[in-house]
Write a protein that binds this ligand. Structure first.
Ligand SMILES: [Zn+2]
Ligand SMILES: [Zn+2]
Length: 361
């Protein structure tokens, strides 16, 4: 197998716009899977990476909620074959203690494999002439017509399922739903407050409804998002946690705003847990240790929901088929060529989950 020509949206340097280019993609190497992409969701982390706030290799191809059809597989790949429909998720080593515990979000190699896009010698890459492009972000780089993914971050799905609607399962949706169902393990009748009604927060909300939570409060600055939250099952909404009464068994912060966390701790019930799910800037917030100790409260960090995509994505698909995960209410489709507009709609808050569709010839 030789290399193929692909179309990709390249970001040349931090803060630069997308530029559509024809590039060359190597044949899949050992453990690699070439996917013909049909769709990719836009995640907040793509914006953080484009702005240069994470140590990614420019020039780079972003995009880490890819969905498509397997096109070719490299040596040593079993479990998927050309023609299989797949969702792409984050990349992990498969060999460290976290990976063995089905917690690949805490993989010892999470940063090099997802942000640095490091590939072992012998694996295929993406080229502009003889310049290698950063083409392995989250083990996929899916703002392109094709991706070179890996055995661990490809999840096979049934062919009747809609790739465009399900693409965001691989990051944003599993992060919110996994936080509620796996990390917090919300129980029937318990209360939860969700800070932020973006894709992660609304996925947490849908999961809280699935878990049978009693009181489900959602906090956001955008009235339109709060209206959608009520439609999805929030029992109360508001623009400030301070305006709500009482305490919560669980609070999930998806905003990444440290200034909100002090109040969140105060609003935890006895033995309540605060989940930190946002992309936090450097810095911190002040807590009174005795308020944690005397109430038996917990604070837990969450990466990608604290789940194993190979196990959790099939479970989310079951909920989707049952109508309990109405993702179509969150997404808006854009042509791949309109990626910049899709990004802008996400950054402004106008669209909760833009999904770009790659041309199929
Ligand atoms: Zn690992
Ligand atoms: Zn993401």
């Amino acid at each position: 197998m030789g290399s193929i020509a692909i179309d990709a949206a390249v970001v040349e340097g931090a803060g630069n716009p997308f530029r559509f280019e024809k590039l060359a993609m190597d044949a899949p190497g050992p453990g690699q899977i070439r996917v013909r992409l049909h769709a990719c969701g836009i995640c907040h982390t793509d914006m953080v990476m484009r702005d240069g706030a994470l140590p990614i290799p420019f020039p780079v191809i972003l995009g880490h909620e890819g969905a498509g059809v397997v096109d070719a597989v490299g040596p040593g790949v079993d479990g998927v074959a050309p023609g299989d429909h797949v969702l792409l998720s984050f990349h992990s080593c498969g060999a460290c203690s976290a990976c063995h515990d089905h917690q690949p979000g805490y993989c010892a190699e999470f940063v090099p494999r997802n942000f640095l896009g490091v590939t072992p010698p012998g694996q295929g890459g993406i080229w502009r002439g003889d310049e290698r492009i950063g083409g392995n972000i989250f083990g996929q780089s899916s703002f392109a017509t094709h991706a070179l993914a890996h055995s661990d971050n490809v999840v096979r799905i049934d062919r009747d399922l809609p790739l465009d609607i399900l693409a965001p399962l691989g990051c944003g949706v599993q992060t919110g739903a996994g936080t509620v169902l796996e990390t917090l393990q919300v129980q029937p009748g318990q209360s939860i407050a969700i800070l932020g009604a973006g894709a992660v927060g609304l996925s947490a909300l849908m999961a809280a409804v699935i878990a049978g939570a009693g009181r489900i409060a959602v906090i956001d600055r955008h009235a339109s998002r709060l209206a959608l939250a009520r439609e999805l099952g929030a029992t109360e909404t508001g623009d400030d946690l301070a305006a709500l009464d009482g305490q919560f068994d669980h609070i999930a912060d998806t905003t990444g705003v440290p200034a909100l966390l002090g109040l969140a701790v105060d609003r935890l019930a006895q033995r309540g847990t605060l989940a930190l799910v946002g992309a936090y800037p450097p810095g911190g917030f002040t807590i009174d240790p005795s308020s944690i100790m005397s109430m038996g409260r917990r604070i837990v960090g969450v990466v990608e929901g604290g789940i194993d995509p190979q196990l959790f994505i099939p479970r989310l698909i079951t909920y989707y088929r049952e109508g309990r995960l109405p993702l179509e209410k969150l997404i808006k489709r854009y042509a791949f060529a309109d990626l910049e507009a899709a990004f802008a709609a996400s950054e402004s808050g106008a669209v909760i989950k833009p999904v770009v569709l790659m041309p199929q010839d």
